[in-house]
Design a protein around this ligand. Sequence first.
Ligand code: 13P
Length: 250
Amino acid sequence: MRKKIVAGNWKMNKNLAETGVLISELKTTLEQSSDAEIIVAPTFTNLYYAFEELKGSDIKVAAQNMHQAEHGAFTGEISASMLKSVGIEIVILGHSERRAYFGETDELLLEKVKTALKHDMTIIFCFGEELEDRKSEKHFSVVETQLKNALFGLDAASWKNIVLAYEPVWAIGTGETASPEQAQEMHAFIRSTIAKAFNDSIAEEVSILYGGSVKPANAKEIFAKPDVDGGLIGGAALDAESFAAIVNAI
Ligand code: 13P
């Protein structure tokens, strides 16, 4: 049975004090054990603090990005071993904001994926089409190419470390969500593409999260779809009550 996961991507929000407040609220609000694995991704400066505060709880901590090199002259960057040294075993890679504002390409992401795998990290790999792609009905081929370029060269064993997050760019932070039917249609396509490239068991086992304006009001309907295994939540993850409501919608 594949895992259900609800992950909060806090993006560039919450300083140390605010992180402390949100974490303590989450610890009380999410007290009952959930069917889903719960992950939060604060910014780099607060990862160690978050990891220490959440030790022994059911909430795991992820980084939002990392550099592909092991170490060296890369001013401002963070390596996999730095993340691991502060307890972080999960990293989000390929977020559309990284692709759009920081020029991250599929080729670069392949390098990052390989480095994360070398360190036995779990990768939440994000991808998704832009509005133009959907309007011109290229969304399936765009998604297939993103997956192929960054993930299809990996060996089958690597897939145990991979979680997919389909995030249509037009639905991120816009208040416009993919309909549950659109999400299901794409997730089923992703699964069948993986089955063709690898095999049925990898396709069946990989968790595919949906991301893009998930809110307490729409989470249940989206998560009810058979190929949607949870969500990657932006704005609604910054408030403990709304994040908890989304977790409870699984
Ligand atoms: P929103 O939930 O704010 O649309 O963001 C989604 C997202 O980008 C999660 O990574």
